[in-house]
Design a protein around this ligand. Structure first.
Ligand code: PMP
Length: 367
């Protein structure tokens, strides 16, 4: 059996140790004679798995007690609708920072559902190569909340700071963040946020699960016409089991949290590894004559590294040779082309070294 190095943007690589542990208990979970996939979500065994996953996530991120943690479904994309439904009960306008394709999708969904949105700042003018600075962010007088995308997975653009969300008169509003491709890449001050959400299929676990972290004073701000399954309060009161949850994805996410805490040593340790990996790859790109990345240094994503080849005619041979060398999923998103190496937590430093060696060798032969 060979596991290749997988640079997929999502569903992404999972830690081999986690998969091995899941394999070992796949058919018979801890002597119960059945798989986790075959258990009732209401069984004592599964409820214990679910509670342990939440406790481990709380420990990893030092989530304060006045935040609820939800394990829900529908992808991060469903949160583009769930967030406005949950937060617009008292009216007001959703405010957004637009920094790329995912932020734009969130804006489009809110506009589609509720009409008016306010763009508090955008990086469109610089081609999404640098995030707006705090002084350029101007909320509307009636802002209900400010939504932004911490890391644009396709553009490879990452915030290097947490924005302040205040109306022009100084009133704070909840800060809402799509952290699908950056949650768990390092420590985070959860107390700065009203709502954090993330699709699981990057740093958390398999697809099919979404983690939402919500401050409990926001549970009573929902619109009356909200579909009940969207509701943070409903989900929270039911322990995220309003209906059948994505049990196996939840279980594996718990295994990933356990790996992060006990095998890696927590998020500060993970952060140091991620910084090293990204720095090594960006240095290789910047030092070459063939590869280029256009993002401002301070906003270069640590998780998703897009790069182009000076001659696009070399894209195809690059991808074919990379795959033959066991370096998978380096093709950029279909909307932008080029290459993208996603360096999520489960991508080991050895994978990055192998990629850098391959890129140097490819440049020698084709550059
Ligand atoms: N937001 C971001 C930042 C993403 O990277 C993605 C998926 N790549 C999404 C939202 C959408 O996630 P999903 O496919 O789970 O709906």
């Amino acid at each position: 059996m060979t596991r290749h190095y997988n640079f997929c943007a999502g569903p992404a690589a999972l830690p081999t140790l986690v998969l091995e542990r899941a394999r070992d208990e796949l058919l018979d979970y801890q002597g119960r004679g059945l798989s986790v996939m075959e258990m009732s979500h209401r069984s004592e065994a599964f409820v214990a798995i679910a509670e342990r996953a939440e406790a481990d996530l709380r420990e990893l991120l030092a989530i304060p007690d006045h935040y609820r943690v939800l394990f829900t479904q529908g992808g991060a994309s469903l949160q583009f609708a769930a967030v406005p439904y949950n937060l617009l009960g008292a009216g007001g306008t959703p405010n957004f920072l637009h920094t790329g394709i995912w932020g734009k999708k969130a804006i489009s969904e809110a506009r589609h559902l509720f009409g008016a949105v306010h763009l508090a700042a955008s990086s469109e003018e610089n081609g999404h190569s640098a995030v707006p600075r705090q002084e350029d962010i101007v909320l509307s007088e009636d802002a209900a909340y400010l939504h932004y995308t911490a890391n644009e997975t396709i553009g490879g653009l990452e915030f290097d700071y947490i924005p302040e969300a205040r109306r022009p008169d100084g009133t704070p509003v909840p800060l809402v963040c799509d952290m699908s491709s950056s949650l768990l890449s390092g420590p985070l001050d959860v107390s700065r946020f009203g709502v954090i959400y993330a699709g699981a299929q990057k740093n958390i676990g398999p697809a099919g699960l979404v983690v939402v972290i919500v401050r409990d004073d926001l549970l009573d701000q929902a619109r009356g016409d909200m579909p009940s399954l969207f509701g943070y309060k409903t989900l929270s009161e039911a322990g995220s089991m309003v209906n059948t949850p994505a049990t196996y994805s939840w279980y594996l996410a718990g295994r990933v949290f356990d790996w992060l805490q006990r095998d890696i040593g927590g998020l500060a340790a993970m952060d140091a590894i991620n910084t090293r990996k990204a720095a090594r790859l960006y240095a290789a790109i910047d030092g070459s004559g063939l590869y280029a990345n256009p993002i401002t240094l301070r906003n270069r994503s640590r998780m998703n590294v897009p790069f182009v080849l000076a001659d696009p005619g070399l894209d195809r041979p690059f991808l074919e040779e990379a795959e033959a060398a066991g370096l998978l999923n380096l093709k950029g998103h279909r909307s932008v082309g080029g290459m993208r190496a996603s360096l999520y937590n489960a991508v080991p430093e050895a994978a990055v070294e192998a990629l850098i060696d391959f890129m140097a060798d490819f440049e020698k032969r084709h550059g």
